[in-house]
Design a binder for this molecule. Structure first.
Ligand SMILES: Cc1ncc(COP(=O)(O)O)c(C=O)c1O
Length: 374
């Protein structure tokens, strides 16, 4: 088993290349990072795929400034955020739906497409937000198991997407596996399946992917297909607690979704924080670099212990624990480290979120300790 790397070795691992940065900051630049890690406190949160460096200093300032707008209803500010996103994506403001986290976009879609009594097709396991809500309102959920590589089988999804299926949910990158499907395959899938069903592409981790074979499906939206995309400010932007996400869809679809907003949606602090974070590319760049390095460290750690670990494109890894995850989760929690929930049917796999370097080292110590016991 390899000895654990110290910070200096870690910076030298070449992991920056894996970060896929347009401009690759070297170790010296990273040493002057504008990121402030969350304080090293227990329990250590390696269970919810949060960004341990957020909110950025710029977003914090925007939140503070927004106090002065606290007496105003925020609906006008949604347009400002939507306009900003639309310009960046080469779409119009009418293509953008702002929501209380991307979770709200998932829910709006479930409602708008009459999933009550309808049919939804989803991979299994994948992010459960859509299927849980759909089931709550009476939908019939069809699950398509992952393939042998633990990736979404688009072939099988397409085969199962019959006329009676109203919505097909694809999470790319997928949660909990962290795997991606290549652009050309997803494009073909969308072209074909969106003729008969709505195709929903969840891109919550889109900003973290550096693999050149991966791309967003915004082009499908631009070209008028029956495709909805969701994104979030909860991950790379580090604003999970502020609940801001958005959907991208053809204007008529977007208008339909807006009618199903499940409440008053995002508050003014969230909107202003998101607007500031969206423009704070320095923070995004450095977050990606730090996350990529810590992910490489964690991947190597578990592989050095002989565990199969999937190649992740996100801020979490999924590895074969070869023990019951429920028991492992409890034992780790007793040591002050929270790891991911069980993802049936992979009950001997673990989803581990990527934290700060210090947190990953604490995980490494506890992991070695726990795994050395029978
Ligand atoms: C794939 C995926 N989609 C959506 C969400 C919901 O995120 P939020 O509502 O914070 O945008 C998550 C949260 O972890 C996720 O992993």
């Amino acid at each position: 088993m390899a000895a654990l790397m110290n910070r200096r070795q870690w910076l030298k691992t070449g992991a920056l290349a894996a970060a896929g940065l347009a401009v690759r900051p070297d170790a010296a630049v990273l040493a002057q990072t504008p990121l402030t890690p969350r304080p090293f406190n227990k329990p250590i949160r390696l269970h919810s795929n949060e960004n341990p460096y957020g909110p950025s200093a710029v977003a914090r300032q925007a939140i503070q400034n927004a106090f002065d707008e606290g007496n105003l209803y925020p609906s006008g500010s949604y347009n400002e955020l939507a306009t900003m996103i639309a310009e960046q994506e080469g779409l119009t403001r009418d293509h953008v739906v702002v929501g209380a986290g991307s979770h709200e976009i998932l829910r709006m879609t479930a409602m708008a497409y009459g999933l009550a009594g309808g049919e939804i097709l989803t991979a299994y396991p994948t992010y459960e937000g859509m299927e849980r809500y759909a089931a709550t309102i009476g939908a019939h959920v069809h699950r398509v198991p992952l393939n042998d590589d633990l990736n979404i089988s688009l072939y099988e999804m397409e085969r199962r997407a019959t006329q009676s299926v109203k919505l097909v949910f694809i999470c790319n990158p997928n949660n909990p596996t962290g795997t991606i499907r290549p652009t050309t395959e997803v494009e073909q899938f969308c072209e074909e399946v969106s003729r008969r069903s709505v195709v929903f592409i969840d891109e919550a981790y889109y900003e973290l992917v550096s693999d050149p074979t991966y791309a967003t499906m915004t082009e499908m939206v631009r070209n008028g297909h029956n495709v909805i995309i969701s994104r979030t400010f909860s991950k790379v932007y580090g604003l999970a607690g502020l609940r801001v996400g958005y959907g991208l869809a053809r204007p008529d679809i977007a208008a339909r979704l807006r009618k199903f907003r499940t409440g008053s949606s995002v508050n003014i602090l969230g909107v202003r924080a998101a607007m500031a974070a969206y423009q704070d590319q320095d923070f995004v760049l450095h977050s990606r670099a730090k996350i990529a390095m810590a992910r490489q460290y964690a991947t190597q750690l578990v592989r050095d212990h002989g565990h199969r670990c999937l190649d992740s494109h996100t801020n979490f890894i999924f590895f074969h624990l070869r023990r019951d995850i429920r028991q492992f989760r409890d034992t780790m929690a007793q040591q002050g480290i929270l790891v991911g929930r069980p993802f049936p049917p992979y009950l001997d796999w673990c989803r581990l979120s990527i934290g700060t370097f210090e947190e990953m080292q604490a995980f490494a110590d506890a992991f070695q300790n726990v795994m050395s016991r029978p």
